[in-house]
Design a protein around this ligand. Structure first.
Ligand SMILES: Nc1ncnc2c1ncn2[C@@H]1O[C@H](COP(=O)(O)OP(=O)(O)O)[C@@H](O)[C@H]1O
Ligand SMILES: N[C@@H](CC(=O)OP(=O)(O)O)C(=O)O
Length: 481
């Protein structure tokens, strides 16, 4: 395998409009060579709407059909705007036939069909991008990742590098001098069933494909130039972090910050591959490099938040003496099952233990906990929480940052605050709180000095304050309301 190969991953936000595709083509022209690998997510919010389609298929077929119709319009428009007439025909015929298949589906769908449906977004974007590249005289092949990525179906499916490797090698030999445009997000299990790698899982497919194809560098292109001190769509004057430790990036991913998916960093940690994050909208803006060396910085670097968090509360049998041991082994089991909570709270005196999860993971965690033979009187879900965290190496030892974080939160309905086990974050769970104003306040308080030191101005103009992916969402939401 050539050692000069690199991989570029483009997320949904980078493929949300015809203009976004054109930016991507320009980036590929300037930053890649024949033989490089390109991994794509579904355009814009396509996956969200495929999920909505599946859920309405159970409840209301008419609404499900409307969602499909909007998606069909969105994708045919992309094709028509991007491909010249002579190249369009074949792509439109395939698209038409796939939408016909979707229209004929009747609920309930089994898990395999549902996974296949949710993976269509990546199929459409990989096919379209490969066609646009060929049109631009950049020979490209569109490749379904399921042909060579093997994963085991599970709560959080993991790519099996050993069984995928020979298949990847074969694929590379077949197309030596072309760019390969590969679908992110999907793999197959041993029974050849489609396995999805979890929401936002294309980042993980990108680094896993990176390690399998022996690339020296992976660049994740999205609508932002990298990891900022807070979501730049929430905090206008958030600053871009030129580098971030692998451990800090992993903690952000663990806390479900969308800019990096959890597990993305696993393949990076196992190899010498470099990882960069950059903006496909404004490539010159800078980037974030993920570094292996431990950070000498001591304190918060990023303020992150989640709007929708759920708590699972376990109440233990009162007679239990060794509650702390039970909880430690429970946490260990959850970690092995890839169901580590975002944060947790133990109240020994009340025999309760509460674990925080995203909506995506909560049901899997609940059934896992219910199936464990632990001595509990109740296991219940509590809704209506949000999360705010300050992340950075040494945060828990930086007394100013800890103090400022508590000060900003104290007037709000805090459920609990805890330090993460890794000591890389301080995490607060709040009740019914809109987190954006708090993120802005905490960010201002903690990074005031940095602001005065003047970092280059950010490009987030008014027109960028809504990501383009939002357009499809808005148009469909509007039709459905
Ligand atoms: N600290 C942060 N730095 C940068 N982006 C962030 C941060 N926190 C949240 N984000 C969000 O992450 C988004 C990029 O991730 P994602 O939506 O998964 O992109 P893509 O669709 O390109 O994969 C940005 O639009 C931004 O709103
Ligand atoms: N399309 C999938 C996978 C993905 O990674 O998307 P993105 O790169 O846009 O976060 C999803 O929306 O979950």
């Amino acid at each position: 395998m050539t050692i000069s190969r690199q991989l570029h991953k483009f997320g949904g936000n980078s493929l949300a409009t015809p203009e976004c595709y054109q930016h991507v083509v320009q980036i590929i022209k300037e930053h890649s060579n024949n033989g490089d690998i390109i991994v794509v997510s579904a355009s814009g919010k396509t996956t969200d709407f495929l999920i909505k389609f599946v859920s309405y298929l159970r409840k209301d077929k008419c609404v499900a059909d409307e969602i499909l119709q909007e998606l069909y319009k969105f994708h045919t428009k992309l094709v028509k705007k991007l491909l010249k007439e002579e190249r369009r025909f074949q792509v439109l015929v395939q698209l038409g036939s796939e939408f016909n298949t979707l229209r004929e589906l009747v609920a309930p769908l089994n898990a395999e069909i549902e996974a296949r449906v949710l993976g269509y977004g990546e199929i459409w974007s990989a096919r379209l991008l490969a066609a646009v590249l060929c049109q631009e005289n950049l020979p490209a092949i569109n490749q379904d990742s399921r042909d060579f990525l093997r994963a085991n179906l599970g709560i959080q499916p993991e790519i099996d590098l050993n069984s995928s490797y020979p298949l990847v090698k074969k694929m590379l030999v077949k197309h030596p001098h072309r760019r390969l445009v590969i679908t992110g997000f999907m793999a197959r299990d041993k029974q050849r069933n489609t396995v999805l790698l979890g929401r936002n899982g294309s980042d993980y497919s990108a680094t896993a494909i990176g390690i399998l194809t022996g690339v020296y560098q992976v660049t994740i292109w999205s609508d932002v130039a990298g990891v900022y001190s807070a979501d730049p769509y929430i905090v206008n004057d958030a600053h871009l972090l030129p580098c971030l430790g692998l451990d800090e990036a992993d903690e952000l991913a663990r806390l479900a910050t969308p800019v990096l998916h959890s597990r993305t960093l696993q393949p990076v940690a196992q190899s010498k591959m470099h990882l960069h994050l950059r903006s496909s909208y404004q490539p010159k803006l800078g980037s974030t490099r993920i570094e292996r060396t431990l950070s000498s910085h001591s304190g918060a670097k990023v303020i992150t938040s989640l709007d929708e968090v759920l708590l699972i509360q376990l109440t233990f049998n009162h007679q239990k003496h060794n509650l702390q041991d039970t909880i430690s082994s429970l946490l260990q089991n959850l970690k092995s099952a890839q169901l580590e909570p975002l944060t947790y709270e133990t109240k020994i005196e009340l025999y309760t233990f509460r674990l925080a999860y995203t909506t995506e993971k909560v049901n899997a965690a609940l059934s896992y906990l219910q199936n464990l033979a632990i001595d509990t009187t109740t296991v219940k879900i509590q809704e209506g929480y949000s999360l705010i965290a300050a992340v950075g190496s040494g945060i828990v030892k930086n007394l100013n940052h800890c103090h400022d974080f508590y000060q900003q939160l104290k007037a709000h309905p805090i459920e609990f605050i805890s330090e993460s086990q890794s000591a890389l974050s301080l995490v607060a769970i709040l009740r019914n709180t809109s987190v954006s104003p708090l993120v802005i306040a905490i960010h201002n308080q903690l990074f005031q000095i940095k602001k005065q030191a003047s970092v280059p101005p950010l490009p987030f103009t008014k027109t960028l304050s809504t990501p383009p992916a939002q357009c499809l969402y808005d148009s469909i939401e509007c039709k459905l309301s």
